[in-house]
Design a protein around this ligand. Structure first.
Ligand code: FMN
Length: 169
C-alpha cells in the first residue's frame, strides 16, 4: 500500500479483532511516530503504550467518548510537555496511524478530557498534557469501518490565493 492509498483509506475505526499486534509491528508504528518533526526540533512528545486490561479500563474513564477504548488490543497515549505545540503531537499521531494502516491495522483518536485522571492512571509527570489516546487493532471482520462521516467538498475546503477569490486550476 502506498502512502496516498493509506491516507485516503484511513478511516477512524472503533471495532477491532482481539488479535494482538506483534511487537515488531508495534516497533514500526512507534518509530513512525518518533520521526515526526517538531518545532525547533524540541521533540516534546512522549508515548505511553498501554495493553493492560485494567489500565485501559481506567484510562477510558478519563475520556468523555472513550467507550470503545477498553476493547482495543492496543492503546498509544500521545503525551506532550507543557509549552509545546499541539501540532507536534498531531504529526506524531497521524504518522503512527498511517504506518499502522499500511500494516492493515485500524485506529481511532480518542480525546482524553480529564488530564488529572490520565496523569494518575499513567503516572505522568505534572508538566505533561495528554494530547490524545489512539486505539489500534486489526479491524473487526477485516474491514476498515468508520461512521462514514462525509467530508466537505473540495471547493469549500480549498481556497485559491485569498479566502474569497481565485479559481481552481
Ligand atoms: C482531535 C480528535 C478527537 C477525537 N476524539 C474522539 C473520541 O473521543 N472518541 C471517538 O470515538 N472518536 C474520536 N475522534 C474521531 C473522530 O470522530 C473522527 O476523526 C471523525 O468522525 C472522522 O472519522 P472518519 O475518518 O472515520 O470519517 C476524534 C478525532 C479527533 C481528530
Amino acid at each position: 500500500m502506498d502512502v496516498y492509498e493509506a491516507i485516503l483509506s484511513k478511516r477512524d475505526t472503533r471495532d477491532y479483532d482481539p488479535r494482538p499486534i506483534a511487537d515488531e509491528v508495534l516497533q514500526r508504528i512507534v518509530r513512525a511516530g518518533r520521526m515526526a518533526g517538531s518545532s525547533k526540533n524540541e521533540q516534546p512528545i512522549r508515548l505511553v503504550v498501554v495493553r493492560d486490561a485494567e489500565r485501559k479500563q481506567a484510562l477510558a474513564g478519563c475520556g468523555d467518548f472513550a467507550t470503545h477504548l477498553p476493547a482495543s488490543p492496543l492503546v498509544i497515549v500521545v503525551v506532550r510537555f507543557e509549552g509545546s505545540r499541539p501540532f507536534d503531537a498531531g504529526r506524531t499521531a497521524q504518522n503512527m496511524m498511517l504506518a499502522a494502516r499500511a500494516e492493515g491495522i485500524a485506529s481511532c483518536p480518542v480525546g482524553i478530557q480529564h488530564d488529572d485522571c490520565a496523569r494518575e492512571v499513567l503516572g505522568l509527570p505534572a508538566n505533561t498534557i495528554v494530547a490524545m489516546a489512539i486505539t489500534l487493532g486489526y479491524p473487526a471482520g477485516g474491514r476498515i469501518q468508520s461512521r462514514g462521516n462525509p467530508r466537505i467538498g473540495l471547493d469549500e475546503f480549498v481556497r485559491w490565493e485569498t479566502w474569497d477569490g481565485g479559481t481552481a486550476p
